[in-house]
Design a protein around this ligand. Structure first.
Ligand SMILES: [Ca+2]
Ligand SMILES: [Ca+2]
Length: 423
């Protein structure tokens, strides 16, 4: 009777089989590396499957409500949908339009209508025109181009209040944002650029709040106020506008202009003859072509603690113009990093951020001396198909190599004589 006792190859074979199974399981479920070209081919072969960035954004958006983030924060992830120009006249028309369009909200203070994530080629007229409305509404992440008709605003509010225009853009129109006889509105974080007239124009409009808007390369003023009073403009930027950064005239009174940065315009701030009792403080006015500030009023406006690029130090700064206004506390270095606002603007650093400074730029060693260049640790990403499929997931042998290794082992074992013994 032969009894197999102690087949040394058996345990090794079992070990190899287990190893093979483990490797197969380790590979199971791994996503293969897919290049951009592969993705395009997949899209072509499977027209019902959208392998696009939009899909990824939509998936992120779906997660936002569960994460508790607010809708307003979530909309930045949305891609824009092409839409025709929108024209609303009156509260009833707003309600009907909101229903037809599927816009959220009911027009109340707690639940404003929301018009969001549109791209509008205006073809001359306003991208969004809202008139004779006092319901609450938000316009957010809307981009308008080409509102070129006479006195048209890409975003036009006429005799309207309680509106909030947020993070929206307008370009290549007549006005970027135009408020006419419209009070108690807010404009926040908008970009208006390359318009034929002013970036933002307030006409007989009061008690509005303009914060963090940017007006760039417009053919007239960055911000223009005509007969508009009691508005607050803070943290806005106007640069490279053909005329003024801020231009107030025609009895625009009691406005508060603070913490704005106005550079590379014709005038930084220009106060016309009939302007009274405005407060101007903490503004940075530099590199403007004609004057950083101009005051031709009766002298009732308050200039205090502004930064003037042409200030030479030593004495209070006298505002150019017939008013003879004086800033007793001119600021040279707004962020206290040791470099004047003027020098920072010339150097391209942020005059309001102490972490952004010519000193930091000049003394910080270049990244190559302290940090290995990316090419030494990470292969250049010239193509996603060049990425290792195991990137970031530890050691991962290709399946072909594992299979070849196991095959060699099994062949060598089959050639070994079996160990048997007789009882
Ligand atoms: Ca500084
Ligand atoms: Ca700085």
């Amino acid at each position: 009777m032969k009894v197999q006792a102690g087949r040394p190859g058996l345990n090794l074979r079992r070990l190899l089989v287990v190893t093979l199974l483990a490797c197969m399981l380790a590979n199971f479920g791994r996503s293969p590396t897919v290049s951009a070209e592969d993705t395009m081919q997949l899209s072509c072969m499977c027209p019902m499957t959208e392998v696009t960035e939009n899909l990824l954004l939509e998936e992120l958006w779906q997660d936002l409500p569960r994460s508790g983030l607010r809708y307003r924060e979530g909309t930045v992830l949305q891609t824009l949908t092409s839409h025709s120009p929108i024209n609303i006249d009156g509260n009833a028309n707003f309600s009907t339009t909101a229903t037809n369009e599927g816009w959220p909200g009911d027009g109340s203070n707690s639940s404003p209508y929301v018009i969001a994530n549109y791209s509008i080629e205006a073809g001359g007229v306003s991208g969004i025109r809202i008139a004779n409305v006092d319901v609450y509404f938000i316009i957010e992440n809307v981009h308008v181009n080409g509102s070129t008709n006479f006195q048209v605003g890409a975003f036009q509010l006429t005799r309207t209040q309680n509106g909030h225009i947020i993070n929206s853009n307008s370009s290549d129109g007549y006005y970027g944002i135009h408020l006419v006889e419209s009070n108690n509105n807010s404009l926040t974080g908008n970009l208006v650029t390359s318009n034929d007239r002013d970036g933002i124009h307030l006409h007989d409009s009061s008690n509005n709040n303009l914060t963090g808007n940017s007006a760039t390369s417009n053919d007239r003023d960055g911000f223009h106020m005509f007969g508009s009073s009691n508005n607050i403009l803070s943290g806005n930027t106007a640069t490279q506008n053909r005329e003024d950064g801020f231009h107030l005239h025609a009895s625009s009174n009691y406005n508060i202009l603070s913490g704005n940065t106005l550079t590379s315009n014709h005038y930084g701030i220009n106060l016309g003859s009939s302007i009274k009792n405005n407060s101007l403080s903490g503004n940075i006015l530099a590199l403007n072509f004609e004057n950083n500030a101009l005051d031709n009023t009766d002298g009732s406006n308050t200039w205090d603690s502004n930064s003037y690029g042409d200030f030479t130090g030593g004495t209070p700064y006298t505002i150019p113009g017939t008013a003879g206004a004086v800033d007793q506390n001119p600021i040279e270095d707004s962020d206290g990093d040791g470099y004047s606002d003027y020098d920072e603007l010339v150097a391209g650093t942020d005059p309001r951020d102490p972490a952004s400074s010519p000193r930091i730029t000049s003394t910080t060693p270049p990244p190559s001396s302290t940090t290995p260049p990316p090419s030494s640790t990470t292969p250049p990403h010239t193509s996603s198909s060049e990425l290792p499929s195991s990137e970031g997931e530890g050691v991962f042998l290709p399946f072909q190599q594992i299979f070849a290794l196991l095959t060699l082992c099994l062949i060598s074992l089959r050639r070994r004589p079996k160990n048997t013994k007789k009882l």
